[in-house]
Ligand binder design. Structure first.
Ligand code: ZN
Length: 136
């Protein structure tokens, strides 16, 4: 793994949280993006090499809505950037980790993503992400 790409934070109200994180970080978010397949709206702040991804449910059935219902707002996942997501998933499976999706799926920010089950990672939802080659 190369670095922490971003930390995902579940929020109830994107507009309020964008304003809050703008105040906290001293910079505005640089983009918003909806991921229809995950039923989430996202917004990104750049902090050095890493990002903060705010996640708001765009549907009551969204995993983010369920997360907030159970645990309240807060850190939802940590995303690590990898060069070869398929090779990394294979390596991690051999090490005993359980991917939630074996086939990388398109996430926000032009990335292939795979999540690991938090039961195998000390309760932390881990996202692996690999930038999608624009030529592909
Ligand atoms: Zn993420």
């Amino acid at each position: 793994m190369k670095q922490i790409d971003h930390i995902g934070i579940a929020v109830r109200n994107m507009e309020e949280s964008n304003a809050l994180f703008h105040k906290l970080l001293g910079i505005p978010h640089f983009k918003v993006e909806t991921v229809a397949s995950e039923k989430v709206a996202t917004s990104f702040f750049q902090i050095g090499q890493s990002k903060i991804e705010l996640l708001e449910a765009s549907d009551p059935e969204s995993p983010i809505a369920k997360f907030i219902e159970k645990r309240g707002e807060g850190i939802h996942h940590i995303a690590f950037e990898v060069d070869d997501i398929r090779a990394e998933v294979e390596r991690l499976e051999k090490e005993g980790f359980t991917p939630l999706n074996k086939e990388p799926k398109r996430g926000a920010d032009n990335k292939w993503v795979v999540f690991l089950h938090p039961k195998t990672t000390n309760g932390v939802l881990v996202e692996l992400c690999q930038s999608i080659d624009p030529a592909m």
